[in-house]
Design a protein around this ligand. Structure first.
Ligand SMILES: [Zn+2]
Length: 223
């Protein structure tokens, strides 16, 4: 039996804010509902590394879902039909890339990928991404080649919607870089996403991978 449970993400119908970070999310915000903690933004819920795949291409959706450790169904309330309707799914980027590669004959999948890459280029401030990556390399000199770019792109996408250019310098401080590296290690090198997918709560999942994260950090930092 598949133990993976699909998490649910709701596109909110009214003004909402995150109960953890307090961020005002506006209308049509993407939120998760977490027990008594209430509504969380995707950043606080640790889902903001996932990529949205709109409904419509069943083969691509099925494959991406299968390859993704962590996935969430995106639902929106339909006022007309008085029920939640599925808009698509959130999946790991690597799962989507693999699914797209298998649907290579599928022109639609190729177009989607080009579109996604263009969107990302438009959204990211390349110079900032480069500086962030350099900071990662300085502080974690032993991390595997290329890691600094993965960490940096994700961190900068995360900041791009949130802080203006003036605050970016601050986001390059050692603590911010360290947190971005920790988030990367958790998602990529520990079973953290798997634990979330199996319904563990975030606090518990984090505790379970703490030692593993610390040991990788130490290895990457060692001069
Ligand atoms: Zn939040």
């Amino acid at each position: 039996m598949d133990e993976k449970q699909d998490l649910k993400v709701f596109i909110s119908a009214r003004e909402s804010s995150c109960d953890e970070c307090g961020e005002k999310l506006g209308r049509r915000a993407w939120i998760t509902l977490v027990g008594e903690q209430g509504a969380l933004c995707l950043t606080c819920a640790d889902l903001d590394h996932l990529i949205f795949l709109e409904s419509g291409n069943a083969a691509l959706t099925r494959r991406a879902r299968n390859y993704s450790t962590l996935a969430a169904i995106v639902l929106k309330w339909s006022r007309a039909r008085k029920r939640y309707e599925r808009q698509g799914i959130l999946v790991d980027e690597s799962a989507l890339v693999r699914a797209e590669a298998e649907c290579l004959a599928d022109g639609d999948a190729r177009a989607r990928r080009r579109e996604r890459e263009a969107e990302r280029r438009a959204e990211l401030d390349r110079e900032y991404v480069e500086r962030f990556a350099q900071r990662v390399r300085e502080l974690f000199a032993n991390c595997p080649a290329g890691t600094e770019h993965d960490v940096s792109e994700h961190a900068c996408l995360r900041y791009s919607g949130r802080v203006g250019r003036s605050s970016q310098a601050k986001a390059l401080d050692e603590e911010a870089v360290r947190l971005a590296v920790i988030a990367h290690i958790r998602h990529v090198l520990t079973p953290y996403d798997d634990l979330l997918a199996k319904g563990r709560d975030r606090g518990e999942a984090r505790r379970l991978v703490t030692d593993q994260v610390r040991s990788v950090l130490n290895t990457w930092q060692r001069a």
